[in-house]
Design a protein around this ligand. Structure first.
Ligand SMILES: *Cc1c(COP(=O)(O)O)cnc(C)c1O
Length: 416
């Protein structure tokens, strides 16, 4: 079967979508060899997204932890604040090649939705984003930005009204409108060819790290650490180094509130092989094989499945996996913000939480690169909550009072 990584991956999609997946694969195979396509992709990354993103030596943290040298690859400086824009730009170019007029996506936290809405605005696609009703309520600021970018956000009101129901709604839309619509998938998962094309688009991150570090240190790193939701930021920074056996690759999963079922999103803590949402991989499941509930402080890691290539590289012992808890993540978030002036996304703070454990036990001549997949602006509500920030709560309360006052003062029934 196509798109296999060991026993994982493949294409387990409804019959009606196979032609669309084949068309995407064909288009990608041609685009990959086409210099004009590559040139346009790169010119968007450099001229629109803001690449290359900096590789920053974390001098203060290195001194504080007293061990290996720490570098941060700051993907948070991309437009929209994270690495996701890169594979969205790539897929938008493929959609243009296929003559599609419309992009659809599903989103849990809204970050993938914002990136999809951004490329839609840039290229003139119509854009529809499906989002569970519960998530719409939780992620109002991202919904607001998607709408400002011109996207239609459709709240999904069936099932548990979260991500997996949004996936179903988006698939239904795709089946109905497959002729003029591209389903923009947001990580290195789903049916073939999505895991492969998203990995390839993201692989620029690892290539940049290799050349940036070579200029600064004259060599490759000893360790690379990245958080793993679906696997796109991890595969982005890892893939260039997979053949270089001297570079240890470490994936960090969301340990949430602890090891109990439903309290975390660490697929390698209790996950089993399954075929869900179009691909075969490791999923957190209940006894009957239904996807398990998950928890993470970071919305982007709060997902029961994991990309097939990442699962395969874990089996091959090429990637080592660890997990960190929500509490460790908040501490890491604070440490990085206070000591390096980099406010990381909560997802990325998982990778930081692990470097805090690893760096002190390594010799001073070792080098660790940590992928900061995104910046923390989007997490302002969650972080203020976690830190129990009183002044922020007062600000929110005042904002509500102010709005009520405006509403009362507004003249009623006067339409002008
Ligand atoms: C979505 C997201 C992730 C998780 O997705 P991957 O595909 O595993 O990279 C990580 N970090 C940030 C900032 C994200 O927005």
């Amino acid at each position: 079967m196509k798109g296999r990584f060991g026993i994982y991956g493949g294409r387990y999609a409804p019959e009606m979508l196979i032609p669309a997946l084949e068309e995407l694969e064909e288009t990608y195979i041609h685009a990959k060899k086409d210099k004009r396509f590559q040139k346009e992709f790169l010119s968007l990354l450099y001229g629109f997204s803001g690449r290359p993103t900096p590789l920053t030596f974390a001098k203060n943290l290195t001194v504080m932890l007293g061990g290996a040298k720490i570098y941060f690859k700051n993907e948070g400086l991309n437009i929209t604040g994270a690495h996701k824009i890169t594979h969205c730009l790539g897929q938008a170019l493929l959609a243009k090649r296929m003559g599609k007029k419309r992009l659809i996506a599903e989103t849990g936290a809204g970050q993938h939705g914002v990136a999809t809405a951004t490329v839609s605005a840039k290229f003139g696609f119509e854009c529809t984003v499906y989002m569970g009703e519960v998530d719409v309520a939780r992620q109002r600021s991202n919904v607001f930005w998607m709408q400002q970018l011109g996207a239609k956000v459709i709240p999904v009101s069936f099932g548990s009204r979260t991500l997996k129901d949004a996936v179903n709604a988006a698939l239904k839309d795709w089946i109905t409108n497959v002729k003029d619509t591209h389903y923009l998938l947001g990580s290195t998962l789903g049916p073939h060819p999505f895991p492969t094309i998203n990995r390839d688009f993201q692989s620029i991150v690892g290539r940049e790290v290799a050349s940036q570090l070579n200029k600064m240190e004259g060599r490759d790193p000893d360790y690379i650490i990245a958080c793993v939701g679906g696997g796109s930021n991890a595969m982005g920074i890892f893939s260039h180094f997979i053949k270089k056996k001297g570079v240890a690759l470490i994936g960090v999963e969301a340990g949430g509130k602890g090891k109990r079922f439903g309290m975390h999103a660490a697929r390698f803590n209790g996950g089993r092989v399954g075929i869900i949402e179009g691909y075969k991989s490791i999923f957190l499941q209940d006894k009957d094989g239904n996807v398990a509930p998950t928890h993470s402080i970071s919305a982007g890691l709060d997902y029961p499945g994991i990309g097939p290539e990442v699962a395969y590289l874990k089996d091959k012992q090429r990637i080592t996996f660890v997990s960190v808890t929500d509490r460790e993540v908040v501490d890491a978030f604070r440490l990085l913000s206070r000591n390096e002036g980099i406010i990381p996304a909560l997802e990325s703070a998982h990778a930081v939480a692990h470097v805090i454990k690893l760096a002190p036990i390594l010799a001073k001549d070792k080098i660790i690169v940590v992928n900061i997949s995104g910046r923390g602006d989007k997490d302002i509500f969650t972080i203020a909550d976690a830190l129990k920030d009183k002044e922020w709560n007062e600000f929110l309360e005042n904002k509500v009072k102010e709005n009520k006052k405006h509403e009362q003062n507004r003249p009623k029934n006067k339409r002008t």
